[in-house]
Design a binder for this molecule. Structure first.
Ligand code: SAM
Length: 248
C-alpha cells in the first residue's frame, strides 16, 4: 500500500524501508532485546505509562511492527480496542502469531486481543476522531514525511486525545554521544549483522539515529502539526526520547 502523499524519492525510500523490515522480521525482536540489553521492554513500558490509558479507550499503535508495543498497550486495557498498523506484512505476520500464542497461553478467545492491520502511517484507514491515543514506537524515524505522520495522528485522534512518540536519539554531552556512536557502529551492527546476515540494515539504523532531529526539534514538529502541551524526556541517559502531545 503506497501513500498518495509521497514524492518519487520518498516513495523509493519507503519501499526500501519496507523491503528491509520484510527481511528483518523473523529476527527483529531478538536483535532488539540483545542490542538494547533488554532495555527495549522498559522503554515501551514507559510509553504505555505515558499513554495514561486508565483502563479503557480506543488506541492506535502506528508502525506496530512485530506488535511488542501493541500488545503492551492491550495488556493495560480492560475495555476499548487496540489496533496495531504497519506497512510491512512480514512484520505484522510475526505480530499476529505472537498475539495468538499469548491468547492461547492465557486461554482467551481471539477476539480479546489487539487487531493488526496493514496500512500506511501517512494515509491512515480511519475516520477523523476515531481514537483516544495514538502511539508510534521507533517508527517516525523510518518515514520520510514525519510531519505527515503527525498530521494523520492528529486527524484520527479525538479532541484531548494523546500522541505518544518513542524514538531513538543521541545522548546529550559530547563524550556520551561519542560512546553511543561507537556502540551503534560496533555492538548493534555486529549483533544485528550476525543474527540477520544483514549488516547494512543495522548500519542504516545508526545513520537514521545520527540524522534524526534533537528532541526539542521533534517537539516543535509535533506542535506545528497541531499538538498542544508537547513535553518530552530522555530515557536511559538519552539513548531514547519519549514525547507526548495533546490533540487540541
Ligand atoms: C523499528 S520498527 C518498530 C516496530 C515497533 N513499533 C517496535 O516498537 O518494535 C519500525 C516499523 O515501522 C514500519 N513502517 C515504516 N514505514 C511505515 C509507514 N509509512 N507506515 C506504517 N508503518 C511503517 C516498518 O514496517 C517497521 O515495522
Amino acid at each position: 500500500m503506497e501513500s498518495r502523499h509521497m514524492t518519487g524519492g520518498a516513495d523509493a525510500h519507503q519501499s526500501g524501508v519496507k523491503g528491509m523490515f520484510a527481511r528483518l522480521a523473523r529476527r527483529y525482536d531478538l536483535v532488539n532485546t540483545l542490542a538494547s540489553l533488554g532495555l527495549d521492554r522498559r522503554w515501551r513500558r514507559a510509553a504505555v505509562d505515558a499513554a495514561a490509558l486508565d483502563g479503557g479507550g480506543d488506541v492506535l499503535d502506528v508502525c506496530a511492527g512485530t506488535g511488542e508495543m501493541t500488545m503492551a498497550l492491550a495488556g493495560r486495557l480492560d475495555r476499548g480496542r487496540v489496533v496495531g498498523l504497519d506497512i510491512s506484512p512480514e512484520m505484522l505476520a510475526v505480530a499476529v502469531h505472537k498475539a495468538a500464542a499469548l491468547q492461547a497461553r492465557r486461554g482467551e478467545g481471539a477476539s480479546s486481543g489487539p487487531d493488526f492491520l496493514a496500512g500506511d502511517a501517512l494515509d491512515l484507514p480511519f475516520a477523523a476522531a476515531s481514537f483516544d491515543v495514538v502511539t508510534v514506537a521507533f517508527g517516525v524515524r523510518n518515514v520520510p514525511d514525519r510531519a505527515g505522520v503527525f498530521r494523520e495522528a492528529w486527524r484520527v485522534l479525538r479532541p484531548k486525545g494523546r500522541l505518544v512518540v518513542l524514538e531513538f536519539t543521541r545522548p546529550p554531552g559530547l563524550s556520551l554521544r561519542a560512546l553511543h556512536r561507537v556502540y551503534l557502529r560496533t555492538v548493534v551492527s555486529l549483533v544485528g549483522g550476525l543474527l540477520t546476515g544483514d549488516v547494512a540494515s543495522y548500519r542504516y539504523l545508526g545513520r537514521t539515529i545520527a540524522g534524526f532531529p534533537e528532541p526539542a526539534v521533534l517537539a516543535g514538529e509535533m506542535a506545528a502539526a497541531g499538538f498542544a502541551s508537547v513535553r518530552w524526556r530522555y530515557l536511559s541517559g538519552g539513548i531514547v526520547a519519549l514525547h507526548v502531545g495533546i490533540r487540541d
